[in-house]
Design a protein around this ligand. Structure first.
Ligand SMILES: NC(=O)c1ccc[n+]([C@@H]2O[C@H](COP(=O)([O-])OP(=O)(O)OC[C@H]3O[C@@H](n4cnc5c(N)ncnc54)[C@H](OP(=O)(O)O)[C@@H]3O)[C@@H](O)[C@H]2O)c1
Length: 317
């Protein structure tokens, strides 16, 4: 089968297209024929720092990408009592194995979700990594309460995580402010944001104070601490050293109002996000849908840091 392969640590270069053997399902596993997969920033960042990548247990050669929509084509022994061959599914693959940038991928059956008819393969492929990051940032770390009318600021409101976070916070009846550049102000408003700040025309001191500040860009706690209301929380998905220190320090003091978070693979959270999409509460905006051979283009566009919504690649096109 065709697969994109990362062959070296210490680089952000695009993977290379290789012909490799098709995976086979082991006990408790399934093989999925990949219909579409998303390229997320983590896919090209993850091998960059060799020591960190090795400490995470990553190995090369490695097939990257973790967000997949596809069809179950094989079940291993003890495969699953939920899944059958031919089922349409979505999965967020584990960071260690990844493997989505290929025509087929093997993974544990118990992390695979049935894709409801109301969620297309395109929607499903772009949803889980970014959507569940937004979910855990707002609900788990931000402690955003449904129906409380809390004030939320999403910095990076037009990006993969941010555009889903805006929609999620609106569904939960928060008052939502977004931050993006001039070109994306109308897009952020179309997601439901109550107000949008243009970062090319304003600074954090112009934005006000909020119960939850979700920083998808990595502006950092020091520059945003005044934007967090008393008792509120700053949540960063792109932490710098000082954010990690502040996270630990405020945790020790029992305040925990600075949260430097990493997405946790919790199947129940993936399911919540998929259910929201099935109910029409989340809609993935697709920045580009590219054929398999154009993965390097998705890599390049993701690295430019200006993606509006999600970048998808289709292995059968
Ligand atoms: N911790 C975790 O578990 C976790 C999970 C997922 C992602 N992440 C990280 O979180 C970051 C965001 O991920 P993503 O998938 O949302 O990335 P993305 O889709 O590449 O985000 C691109 C967006 O960032 C916006 N942006 C860039 N500079 C900005 C600024 N100064 N102010 C406001 N918006 C700005 C751009 O909007 P404009 O062009 O309008 O400025 C663009 O729409 C990445 O660094 C990713 O690696 C971490």
């Amino acid at each position: 089968m065709k697969a994109w392969v990362q062959e070296r640590f210490g680089t952000r270069e695009a993977p290379v297209l290789r012909e490799i053997s098709e995976p086979q399902a082991g006990p408790g596993e399934v093989v999925i024929e990949v219909e579409a997969f998303a390229v997320n920033p983590v896919d090209w960042k993850i091998l960059d720092k060799t020591a960190v990548a090795r400490a995470m247990g990553l190995k090369v050669p490695r097939v990257p990408c973790m967000d997949v929509a596809g069809t179950v084509v094989e079940l291993g022994d003890r495969g699953s009592d939920r899944l059958r061959t031919g089922d349409s599914v979505v999965v967020k693959l584990p960071v260690k194995q990844a493997g989505g940038a290929a025509q087929f991928v093997r993974t544990q059956a118990d992390r695979v979700l049935l894709r409801p008819e109301s969620v297309s393969a395109e929607q499903g492929a772009g949803l889980l990594l970014a959507g569940t990051t937004a979910y855990q940032a707002l609900a788990t770390h931000g402690r955003l309460r449904v129906g409380s009318g809390q004030r939320v600021l999403v910095i990076g409101a037009s990006g993969g995580v941010g555009h889903l976070a805006v929609q999620m916070a609106k569904t939960w009846e928060a008052h939502v402010s977004g931050v993006c550049s001039t070109a994306n102000v109308a897009f952020a408003r179309s997601l439901g944001a109550d107000e949008v700040f243009d970062h090319t025309l304003s600074t954090p001191s112009d934005w006000g104070t909020f119960d939850v500040v979700l920083d998808c860009v990595g502006l950092g706690w020091l520059g945003l601490r005044h934007a967090v209301a008393l008792g509120g929380r700053y949540v960063t998905i792109n932490p710098k050293g000082v954010d990690i220190v502040a996270h630990a320090a405020t945790g020790l003091l029992g305040q925990a109002n600075v949260r430097a978070m990493m997405l946790q693979d919790r199947v129940e959270d993936f399911q919540q996000v998929l259910d929201m999409a099935a109910h029409g509460e989340l809609r993935v905006h697709v920045a580009a849908s590219l054929p398999m051979d154009d993965l390097p283009e998705a890599w390049k566009r993701s690295q430019e840091g200006r993606t509006v919504g999600k970048l998808l690649v289709w292995p059968r096109r």
